[in-house]
Design a protein around this ligand. Structure first.
Ligand code: PLP
Length: 442
C-alpha cells in the first residue's frame, strides 16, 4: 500500500457519513469513535478510508498495531493457522503455539528468575487475573492503584481506573478493597523527586490501608490514558522495593507500554525494575485479541488447577500472530526504531514548544510521545485547544488521539513501521494546527 497521505474528499467523505448514520441506528450510543471515518484497509503507517482518503496513522488503533497494520509475518502466520484450526480451547485440547508464546514471554519479561505465563483476551481481563493471582498468593485483599490510572472497563478494572467520565460514570457500584495513592507527575509535582514521591505514596498506603492488608500495587510504568505521565526517576524502583519489603505483589500494567512501544521491550526496563507480575496486551498480537500475565513462578502457580482460564484465552490465531509479532520486533530492530521515533518527535515538538507556550510539557519514551497543552503563562489545562488541534489534524488526514485526566494531552502512538517522511508530514500538520488554533495567544 503506498505510504503517503492523500485527501480524496473532505473528511468525513460521503461513504463514511452514510456508514456513520447507519452506525447510529445499529450500534449502542456508548460505543464512541475518535474520528467519523470508516476504515477500508491499512498498512505500515497509513489507514485508507472508504472514500479513498489515506490518513497518516499516529494512533495504531490505541497502541496495538506496533508492528504495523497487516504486518506481513502476522498476516502469513494467521493465514496459515486459520487453514489448520481456529479454536479447540486450550483448556480442552491444548496446542503448541500457546506454550511457545508463554515460553517466549517468560524469556522477554524482565528478571532472570523462573517465570510462568497465562493468556487471556483483553487488557482488562489480564489485569483482573493478575489481581486474582496476587490475592491467592498473598492471602490478602487490598489493591492499590494510582491517581490518573487506567486499567480497563470491567467491574474490577473500573474500580482501579481513576477517571469517572466516561469510564465509570453511572456504572457503579465498583469492586471493594481498591485504594488510590498519589503518583509521581514531574510536570505538576514541583521539586518532589522519584524517591520522595514514592515515600508519599507508601506512607499513605501504610496509614490508610496497612501494608499487611495489601495484596498488590498495580501501576502503569508510563501512564497511558491518564496522560502519558512518565514518573520521576527512582519512583518505580522505590515502590517495587517497598512491595518487596512488605510482601506485596508489584504488578506492572504494560498493556500500553509493552512490546517495544517505548524503546524497550517493556517500559520497566528503563528503570531497571523487575515486577513480580507483568500484564501485556495491545501490541502483543498485531491486532488480534490477546493478553497475558507473566511473572514469578511461585506467584503465578498459586491459584489451583482450573482457577484461571476462559473459553478464548490464548486463541490459536492470536498466538500465531503473537509469535510473528515477536519475530518481527526482533528481525526488524523495532526497539531501536522506537528510539529513533522518540528522537525525531521530541526534537520537533520541543522546537515547537519554544514558539508555542501552550505546549506545557513534551514527554514520553520511544513511540509513546505526548504534549500536555496548557493556557499560556501557566499550567492550567487547556482541553479546548487540545480538541481543536486534534480536530484540525483529523480534517487534514492525521489520526491523533487525546488523553489525560483533564483531556488536555495530545498523544502520539505511531506504528514503528512508519517512515520518517510520514512522521515529518504529520508533525508539519500538528504545527499548522497550533498556528491555526492560536487564537492570538501563542
Ligand atoms: C494501561 C492499560 N491497562 C489496561 C487497558 C485495558 O485494555 P483493554 O482495552 O484491552 O481491555 C488499557 C487500554 O487502553 C491500558 O492502556
Amino acid at each position: 500500500m503506498p505510504q503517503r497521505r492523500h485527501l480524496a474528499t473532505t473528511i468525513p467523505g460521503p461513504r463514511s457519513q452514510q456508514l456513520m448514520a447507519a452506525k447510529q441506528t445499529a450500534v449502542a450510543l456508548g460505543v464512541g469513535t475518535t474520528m467519523p471515518v470508516f476504515a477500508a484497509r491499512a498498512a505500515g503507517g497509513v489507514v485508507e478510508d472508504v472514500d479513498g482518503n489515506v490518513l497518516i496513522d499516529l494512533g495504531s488503533g490505541i497502541a496495538v498495531t506496533t508492528v504495523g497494520s497487516s504486518a506481513p509475518r502476522v498476516v502469513d502466520a494467521v493465514r496459515d493457522q486459520v487453514g489448520r484450526f481456529t479454536h479447540t480451547c486450550f483448556m480442552v485440547t491444548p496446542y503448541e503455539s500457546y506454550v511457545q508464546v508463554a515460553t517466549r514471554l517468560n524469556a522477554l519479561a524482565p528478571g532472570t528468575h523462573e517465570k510462568r505465563t497465562a493468556l487471556f483476551n483483553s487488557g482488562a481481563e489480564a489485569v483482573e487475573n493478575a489481581i486474582k493471582i496476587a490475592r491467592v498468593h498473598t492471602g490478602r485483599q487490598a489493591v492499590v492503584a494510582f491517581d490518573h490510572a487506567y486499567h480497563g472497563r470491567t467491574n474490577l478494572t473500573m474500580a482501579l481506573t481513576a477517571k469517572s467520565m466516561p469510564y465509570k460514570h453511572g456504572f457503579g457500584p465498583f469492586a471493594p478493597e481498591v485504594y488510590r495513592a498519589p503518583l509521581s507527575y514531574p510536570y505538576r509535582d514541583g521539586d518532589i523527586d522519584g524517591t520522595a514521591a514514592a515515600r508519599r505514596a507508601t506512607s499513605l498506603i501504610e496509614k490508610q490501608v496497612g501494608a499487611d492488608n495489601v495484596a498488590a500495587v498495580i501501576i502503569e510504568p508510563i501512564q497511558g490514558e491518564g496522560g502519558f505521565i512518565v514518573p520521576a526517576a527512582g519512583f518505580l524502583a522505590a515502590l517495587a522495593a517497598w512491595c518487596r519489603d512488605n510482601g506485596v505483589i508489584f504488578i506492572a500494567d504494560e498493556v500500553q507500554t509493552g512490546f517495544a512501544r517505548t524503546g524497550a521491550m517493556f517500559a520497566c526496563e528503563h528503570e531497571n525494575v523487575v515486577p513480580d507480575l507483568l500484564v501485556s496486551a495491545k501490541g502483543i498480537a498485531g491486532g488480534l485479541p490477546l493478553s497475558a500475565v507473566t511473572g514469578r513462578a511461585d506467584v503465578m502457580d498459586a491459584p489451583h488447577v482450573g482457577g484461571l482460564g476462559g473459553t478464548y484465552g490464548g486463541n490459536p490465531l492470536a498466538c500465531a500472530a503473537a509469535l510473528a509479532v515477536m519475530d518481527t520486533i526482533e528481525a526488524d530492530g523495532l526497539i531501536g526504531r522506537a528510539r529513533q521515533i522518540e528522537t525525531l518527535m521530541t526534537g520537533r515538538l520541543r522546537d515547537l514548544q519554544t514558539r508555542q507556550s501552550r505546549l506545557g510539557d513534551v514527554r514520553g519514551r520511544g513511540a509513546m510521545i505526548a504534549v500536555e497543552i496548557v493556557h499560556p503563562g501557566g499550567t492550567d489545562p487547556d482541553p479546548d485547544t487540545t480538541k481543536a488541534v486534534a480536530a484540525f489534524a483529523h480534517a487534514h488526514g492525521v489520526i491523533v488521539l487525546t488523553c489525560g485526566t483533564h483531556g488536555n494531552v495530545l498523544r502520539f502512538l505511531p506504528p514503528l513501521t512508519i517512515s520518517d517522511d510520514l512522521l515529518h508530514e504529520a508533525l508539519d500538520i500538528i504545527e499548522a494546527a497550533f498556528d491555526a488554533t492560536a487564537g492570538g495567544h501563542a
